[in-house]
Design a protein around this ligand. Structure first.
Ligand code: SF4
Length: 309
């Protein structure tokens, strides 16, 4: 069988090892060297170009249905759980807690729930919206496992490494949000990031008030592509008397976007985290707005023009 292997950046160091195993089993094996951002970013075009029979995608669970033979190999990591005892001090006064984690630690969710239940907490596990597939799992673009239980809990715990995943969840919720990082041995409430993100979002809208020409980002990545939304946004902008053009790329390069100097601001329809984490990567004065931020902007502009007239 001809196989194309695809690894996210953090696992690319294991590519050769896996390729050799599959070759020994009699397969013809190729490795995708393209950047890989998630299971939204399957290398299907590459697989078709080299006439591969199968794409093996490491590190992520299935994200969306695709018309190609894809095998997902999620990568589980057993994190030490000794840190949980220390987290109890932070959770004093919070009785009902929601726990979220990433696909790498989802197999430990039972152990985490048992620990907090034994220590007098009522544990609530939420369901993702659909891109993430497991209860309690969050992705950068699917924080349903937190948002759907916001009313039922007094506080949240994110168990895992890094800030990328909990940042999405803290923005979408209203309760105290504790990050428990087992490898860094760090425990911290990150509610200040919720406030900071709200402030940044308001700042982006205000700094786009004079924008007249908008570039709308539409990605060709199979799990991010949303041309229908791009066209809808274009119509909406044009019906407000402003200019808009759809910009298409597989991976958006912020220097290339910056080179398109005629645009005053950008609207994102690709990975939703672009409008959060990379919103000022083109230029601080030319922000990348989410669709919701664009709607706020257009209604503020409409209000302002009413007042002026
Ligand atoms: S957060 Fe962005 S990069 Fe990650 S899976 Fe979702 S769409 Fe893909």
């Amino acid at each position: 069988m001809r196989i194309l292997l695809q690894f996210p950046e953090g696992l690319k160091q294991k590519a050769l090892e896996h390729a050799k195993i599959l070759e020994k089993e009699g397969n013809e094996v190729f490795i995708s060297a393209s950047p890989t951002f998630g299971a939204c970013d399957l290398a299907i075009d590459e697989a078709r170009s080299i006439k591969a029979d199968k794409l093996v995608h490491f590190g992520h669970a299935e994200f969306h249905h695709v018309d190609f033979n894809v095998e997902y190999v999620p990568y589980s990591i057993d994190a030490p759980t000794g840190i949980l005892a220390d987290s109890l001090d932070y959770l004093k006064g919070y009785e009902r807690i929601g726990i979220v984690t990433t696909i790498q630690h989802i197999h430990q969710l039972g152990e985490l729930s048992d620990f907090y239940s034994r220590n007098g907490k009522k544990v609530v596990i939420g369901k993702p919206y659909g891109f993430a597939k497991r209860k309690g799992q969050i992705l950068g673009c699917d924080i349903g496992s937190a948002a759907t239980i916001d009313r039922e809990v007094d506080a949240f715990i994110y168990f895992g490494g890094g800030i990328f995943h909990p940042l999405g969840a803290v923005i979408a919720t209203t309760k105290p949000f504790l990050v428990v990082e087992p490898f860094a041995n760090r425990i911290e409430f990150i509610d200040h990031l919720r406030e900071r993100q709200r402030g940044r979002s308001r700042g982006k809208v205000l700094s786009s008030m004079d924008a007249r020409r908008f570039g709308i980002l539409v990605s060709t990545k199979n799990g991010q592509h949303n041309m229908a939304l791009g066209k809808l946004i274009k119509k909406k902008i044009e019906s407000s008397g402003l200019d808009a053009q759809i910009l298409v790329a597989n991976t958006f390069d912020f220097i290339s976007i910056w080179n398109m100097m005629e645009f005053d601001a950008f609207v994102n329809t690709a990975c939703p985290r672009i409008a959060v984490d990379d919103s000022d990567r083109v230029s601080a004065s030319k922000p990348i707005l989410s669709a919701n931020e664009l709607m706020d902007l257009l209604s503020m502009k409409a209000e302002l023009s009413k007042v002026r007239n």
